[in-house]
Design a protein around this ligand. Structure first.
Ligand code: IDP
Ligand code: MG
Length: 142
């Protein structure tokens, strides 16, 4: 089966808590291959564009403010069934509802500040990886 791509983002709360290494280690131990990662600070415009699908929802402005509040770490990942397996690894959006042992359950404080992003479909996995990475930044890993 062809490996699938998904985009993870270690969100600003993850970076502020110095959990980047710990969370990435868990991702790697779960069998994901890291194709690329970088640390950047999103502008409010870039954060708003990335989460454009949520525009108009009550949490949108807070989400944009949070995601642009400090550096974050986008990570391009590859694995068979990457999108679904990654969402299983991170758990439900709200850490209170996340299964025991998931990354959000263990590290997240709230539904808004929930440590990590994961793509929601294989199609969006490809689109979101391309939002942060040029193909030539990933090609060396193949
Ligand atoms: P997901 O990250 O689990 O895919 P989405 O529904 O796509 O969840 O929402 C995107 C992000 O927006 C969430 O990860 C979280 O940071 C934030 N968010 C979603 N729903 C709420 C909410 O009800 N209150 C506060 N923030 C929210
Ligand atoms: Mg989502």
């Amino acid at each position: 089966m062809t490996p699938e791509r998904t985009l993870a983002i270690l969100k600003p709360d993850c970076v502020r808590k110095n959990l980047q290494g710990e969370v990435l280690a868990r991702i790697q131990r779960a069998g994901f291959r890291v194709l690329g990662f970088k640390m950047i600070r999103l502008s409010p415009i870039a954060a708003g564009a990335f989460y454009a699908v949520h525009k108009g929802k009550p949490f949108y402005d807070g989400l944009v403010e949070f995601m642009s509040s400090g550096p974050c770490v986008p990570i391009a990942l590859e694995k068979t069934n990457a999108v679904a397996d990654f969402r299983t690894l991170i758990g439900a959006t709200d850490p209170r509802e996340a299964a025991p042992g998931t990354i959000r359950k263990e590290y997240a404080d709230s539904k808004g500040e929930n440590i990590v992003h994961g793509s929601d479909s294989p199609e969006n996995g490809g689109i979101e990886v391309a939002f942060f990475f040029a193909e030539r930044e990933l090609a060396e890993n193949r």
